[in-house]
Design a protein around this ligand. Sequence first.
Ligand code: TYD
Length: 149
Amino acid sequence: MTPQSVLVLIKPDGLQKAVAGEVISLFSAGDLKLVGLKLVQVPLKLARAHYGHLRGQTFFAEIVDYLMGKLHGNNPVVAMVYTGPDAIAKCRRIAGATNPEAADPKSVRGKFGRVTTKGVFENLVHVSSDVKEARREIKLWFRKSELLA
Ligand code: TYD
């Protein structure tokens, strides 16, 4: 199987809930190589670019605020890149379904996520959806020099 790279973000609710360590442990079960890791205080431009494909959605403004930490005490994001065989599917399985209420209870989102009374999915992590998105997102979040070969 050809190796893939994938962007994984622990969003500001993960830092506010102080579960970043547990989340990283859960991703370690994927048997993948961690090649990049940093804390990012997300600016508006980056948040809007990250969710650019969802610009038309009713929840767009909310998820931009969410990624910037505005809903969670201005906390930053832990940005990571994992590589290895089937990395995207493995990380998406560990993350669980987009809606935390529908997510496997043992997944990151099932364990730590919630749906707010306003209906926003506070699902704690982002994982690239496919190879093309992963390439775009990794370029957006990391310089080449910040990633291990
Ligand atoms: P999306 O990229 O579709 O999901 P995923 O993160 O699982 O790839 O959606 C981006 C984020 O938007 C998602 O993590 C949570 C939020 N969201 C909502 O708040 N409500 C919704 O109905 C959907 C589809 C997403």
